[in-house]
Design a protein around this ligand. Structure first.
Ligand SMILES: Nc1ncnc2c1ncn2[C@@H]1O[C@H](COP(=O)(O)OP(=O)(O)OP(=O)(O)O)[C@@H](O)[C@H]1O
Length: 252
């Protein structure tokens, strides 16, 4: 049976060498399989660090990180890379496509790197679902920003990962195109039971998620279930004010 928790952090701390403050300070959070999760917080609150540690791209100083029930925090290379390739998909703000490869070969690349035989039928299906049927032979340079992000999403979905981590996936897109990409992320969760953990600064984007987790100063301070954009924005203001008050020493 499929594990119901896709990714879990237990009491994770992380301090970058030379940095005074903890980027993550005892973070515990579990993201359930088949749910769309957003992570918000002021600049420097630890969102990217959370994503990097959860995805096995960076190592926590202490605590545990479980992906599909398996602890990845203890894995050494090359086992860690292997686990990441098998379990995790990524969608970045800057797309991170290979310019010299066609759409089709970009989509198949993670499976090839993982040494797996690509599931071409499934790859064709996800390319169709993201609206890129007929564009398989194009190079990224021939595509718009929104289309490039669709390729990145198809690439993530094609490998059937346990979880897709998305870092500001709409950050480089205009409003309408960003909305279309969010529609596709939502569809990936609702139609394909994908698990998504998305970092965003945009309350409207976060409002598409089932759950929004708020970070401040490396800690999870609160969360909202299926909120409206207005509720997310209000909570962000409260969290940002609280962070500012802490920094100026006026917090009670
Ligand atoms: N490579 C690094 N070296 C030193 N300090 C770092 C490094 N990366 C992040 N930090 C620090 O760790 C803390 C958390 O940073 P992080 O990038 O995770 O925050 P964030 O919420 O993603 O910020 P933003 O919204 O600006 O992207 C900050 O104090 C930041 O300055």
């Amino acid at each position: 049976m499929r594990n119901t928790v896709a990714v879990e952090l237990i009491d994770v701390t992380k301090t970058y060498p030379g940095a005074g403050v903890r980027a993550l300070d005892g973070v515990s959070v579990a993201f359930r399989a088949g749910t769309f999760n957003a992570v918000m917080g002021p600049s420097g609150s630890g969102k990217s660090t959370l994503l990097q540690c959860a995805a096995g791209l960076d190592r926590a100083d202490s605590g545990r990180v479980l992906l599909a029930g398996a602890e990845i925090g203890q894995l050494r290379e090359p086992k860690l890379t292997e686990a990441r390739r098998k379990l995790v998909g990524f969608v970045f703000q800057s797309y991170n496509l290979i310019d010299s490869l066609s759409v089709w070969h970009n989509v198949l690349l993670p499976q090839r790197l993982a040494g797996a035989r690509p599931d071409r039928a499934w790859a064709r299906e996800v390319v169709r679902r993201v609206g890129l049927a007929g564009r398989e032979d194009d190079r990224p340079a021939q595509l718009s920003g929104g289309q490039r992000q669709r390729v990145a999403l198809a690439r993530a979905l094609a490998a059937r990962p346990e979880v897709i981590f998305a870092d500001e996936p709409t950050g480089a897109l205009d409003l309408t195109t960003g909305r279309e990409v969010l529609d596709l992320l939502r569809e990936a969760v609702d139609g394909l039971r994908t698990t998504i953990v998305m970092v965003t600064h945009d309350p409207a984007a976060a409002a598409r998620a089932d759950r929004v987790v708020f970070l401040a100063d490396g800690r999870i301070v609160t969360e909202l279930a299926s909120p409206s954009a207005a509720q997310v924005a209000a909570q962000m203001t409260a969290v940002t004010d609280r962070t500012a008050a802490t920094m100026t020493g006026s917090a009670r």
